[in-house]
Design a protein around this ligand. Structure first.
Ligand SMILES: [Mg+2]
Length: 368
C-alpha cells in the first residue's frame, strides 16, 4: 500500500461563541485538513488547527507546506509512517502543524487498512474513557461561577480558568472566587495565562492563589522565557505547566532540567503528530511530569478523534483531556466525540474511528 495522493484543505468552522484567550478571541476555527488516498483506495484524514501565536503557522502556510510535501511523499509505502515523516523532515524544517495533519491522516489510513483502531497501533489502550477539561472564560467573575456550576452539574470533573486577562490580583481574586464555589474536592481546577504575564506579574498571581486547591497554572510567561518560568515555579505552591513553550522533546527536557515546569500540555500541532506526542508522553513518565492532552481551540472531529486515541494509549493523563470540538457549532465528522457527562469515550472503530462528511468539508472549505 502506497501513498497515492495528499491534498490540503483549509476550512473555517463556526464556534458556538467566541473563546477569549489572553489577548486574542477565537471566533472561527481556522483549520487545515490533510486528505490522503492510498493505492488501495483508502482515504485517511488528518487535521491541525492554525495557531499563529503558538506555532507561527497560518492556514495559508500550512496548506502550502502540505502541498510542498505532497509530491515528496506520494509513492512512499503508506504503512511506514516513521519513514514518511522522516522524509518530510528532511525536505522541510519546522511546520509541525502541517506535518501533524499529514501524520494523523497516515495513521487513519493505516488503521483502516489493518482494521484496527489507531490506539492499537500506538501500543494498545490503557483506558477508553477520560475526563474532559472544560474551559471557563466568560469575561466576568459572576459569569465564570455560573458557567462552572453549570458544567459541574453536567458532570464535568475538570475545569480550566482562563487568566491573564486582567491584573494578576484581579485574576487571582476571580480564580479564588470560582474555587470557593467548587465543593467537590475531586474536581481538578487549573488556570492558564497563555503567556500573558511577565515573571513578576505571574509571581503576584501565584501568591494570590497559593492557598487555593488549584492543581496547576499553565504558561504564565512567554514560551521562550524558560528562566522566567523557573522563577515563577520557584515562587509557586501551585504546579507550573508548559504549553506555548513546548515544541520538541528538547523543550520538555529543558523545562524539567531547569525546574521550569512540573507538567505540560501536549498537542499534535506543536510536536508534529501523534507519534511525537506519544513519545513526549513516555518522556514525561520517565521525568515524573504530569500530562494534559489537548487540541488547540478549535480543532474539529478529526483532530479530536486523534487526541482520543492518544488519550487511550499514553501512560497517564493526570491533567485531563482538552477536547475542542464541543466549542464548535458544527463539525465535519458524522458523529463527533460525544461528551457523556463531562467524560469522553475513545472511538473504537478502525483508523481514527470516524466518518468524515465530505459535503460538510466542501461547505466549510475556504481559500487559504
Ligand atoms: Mg494552554
Amino acid at each position: 500500500m502506497q501513498i497515492k495522493r495528499i491534498q490540503a484543505i483549509a476550512i473555517s468552522l463556526p464556534m458556538i461563541k467566541p473563546v477569549k484567550m489572553s489577548f486574542e478571541e477565537v471566533r472561527n476555527a481556522e483549520n487545515v485538513l490533510a486528505r490522503i488516498e492510498t493505492s488501495d483506495g483508502i482515504i485517511g484524514w488528518g487535521e491541525a488547527a492554525s495557531a499563529p501565536t503558538m506555532t507561527g503557522e497560518t492556514p495559508g502556510s500550512m496548506v502550502a507546506a502540505i502541498r510542498y510535501l505532497a509530491d515528496k511523499l506520494e509513492g512512499l509505502p503508506a504503512d511506514d509512517i516513521g519513514a514518511a515523516m522522516h522524509r518530510a523532515g528532511q525536505y522541510l524544517y519546522g511546520n509541525n502543524s502541517a506535518k501533524a495533519a499529514i501524520e494523523m491522516a497516515l495513521w487513519d489510513a493505516l488503521g483502516q487498512a489493518k482494521g484496527k483502531p489507531v490506539y492499537e497501533l500506538l501500543g494498545g489502550a490503557k483506558r477508553l474513557r477520560v475526563p474532559a477539561l472544560r474551559l471557563i472564560g466568560t469575561g466576568s467573575t459572576e459569569g465564570d461561577i455560573a458557567e462552572t456550576q453549570k458544567r459541574l452539574a453536567d458532570g464535568y470533573v475538570a475545569i480550566k480558568i482562563k487568566v491573564g486577562v486582567a491584573s494578576p490580583e484581579a485574576d487571582a481574586e476571580r480564580a479564588r472566587a470560582i474555587c470557593a464555589t467548587v465543593k467537590d474536592d475531586k474536581v481538578l481546577i487549573c488556570t492558564d495565562a497563555n503567556q500573558a504575564w511577565t515573571p513578576d506579574e505571574a509571581i503576584r498571581f501565584v501568591r494570590g492563589i497559593a492557598d487555593t486547591r488549584i492543581e496547576f497554572f499553565e504558561q504564565p510567561v512567554a514560551g521562550h522565557d524558560v528562566a522566567g518560568m523557573a522563577r515563577v515555579a520557584a515562587a509557586s505552591r501551585v504546579k507550573i505547566g508548559v504549553d506555548e513553550g513546548l515544541h520538541s522533546m528538547d523543550d520538555l527536557q529543558q523545562h524539567h532540567d531547569m525546574k521550569a515546569a512540573q507538567g505540560c500540555s501536549l498537542k499534535t500541532i506543536k510536536l508534529g503528530g501523534m507519534r511525537p506526542v506519544y513519545n513526549a508522553a513516555l518522556l514525561c513518565e520517565k521525568l515524573g511530569m504530569q500530562v494534559n492532552l489537548a487540541c488547540k481551540i478549535a480543532e474539529a472531529g478529526i483532530a479530536s478523534a486523534g487526541l482520543m486515541h492518544l488519550a487511550a494509549a499514553i501512560p497517564a493523563v493526570d491533567w485531563g483531556v482538552s477536547l475542542s470540538s464541543p466549542y464548535l457549532a458544527d463539525d465535519i465528522v458524522a458523529e463527533p466525540i460525544a461528551l457523556a457527562g463531562g467524560w469522553l469515550n475513545v472511538p473504537t472503530g478502525p483508523g481514527l474511528g470516524i466518518r468524515v462528511d465530505e459535503a460538510k468539508v466542501r461547505r466549510y472549505t475556504r481559500e487559504a
